[in-house]
Design a protein around this ligand. Sequence first.
Ligand code: NAP
Length: 267
Amino acid sequence: MTAQNSSSRPSPRTALITGASAGLGVEFANQLAARNYNLVLVARRKEKLEEVAEELANRHGVSAQTFSADLSEPSAPKTLFSEISAAGIHIDYLVNNAGSAGPSLLEGDDWERQAKFLELMMTSVTHMCHHFIPPMQARGFGRVLNVASFAGRLARSAGGHYGPSKAYVIALTEELDLMLKGSGVQASVLCPGFTHTDFHETAGMMEMKNSLPSFMWYDAEVVVREGIEALEKNQPIKVSGRLYRWIDPLAQSVWVRSLIKAAAPGR
Ligand SMILES: NC(=O)c1ccc[n+]([C@@H]2O[C@H](COP(=O)([O-])OP(=O)(O)OC[C@H]3O[C@@H](n4cnc5c(N)ncnc54)[C@H](OP(=O)(O)O)[C@@H]3O)[C@@H](O)[C@H]2O)c1
């Protein structure tokens, strides 16, 4: 892992954002820097991270450091925590945002690929919380925003293990919210619907993206702003986008779940 210091103007607080080389992560970094947070940016692509760090440090006058890490590697969160601590950086705001679409569960015989996906989507999020939250508790201040998905609110729609992995992140965050009451540390989970980022192109899902009506898609700016505001208001779960907030109670109803089950392929 590497670190690069881009610029500096002392600021009391630092935000760590995973998946900060593209999409929602870049926008989280932008909006948190605009709120005067120094940045620690994490993803695999070092050059992309450095571009983002330099641009945001210049735009907002904060410091921005980059750590390249593959969060599908089991040791990555511990190594990150050790490197960041050794650099004398305290993390006050943690955004667990890195993620991908993942492989089809029932195709192929490459379990290692499946295991890496689950490591990235669930275990790394839990592992990051394990290391970075206790120092926040000790200082009496911290903010944790875990990025799940509206797919985690459905999670029984025959869509494979992406939805269930996000359902875990939602449940984990609800649990953290209860465990952290009164500590000065708050945890919220953000559940975006379809959002314009690199996500679908990276996953080879552009045909699906182009087939969906534009009203189902939101810009990263809106999704990230709603997530940050939810955490500021201490709302444990935030479904972002008016459309998805409207659908959410219906999606939770047993009747709608039965309809989704009935419509699943092969029924
Ligand atoms: N876009 C949507 O419609 C949508 C909807 C609901 C939820 N989400 C969730 O939002 C989060 C952000 O996704 P996005 O839409 O912004 O996608 P994106 O534009 O593809 O960005 C994904 C980010 O995650 C990083 N990443 C992927 N695998 C990684 C790994 N193994 N280790 C470290 N970093 C990794 C990528 O960086 P590197 O490639 O440089 O590592 C990139 O910075 C994800 O958790 C996703 O599940 C997205």
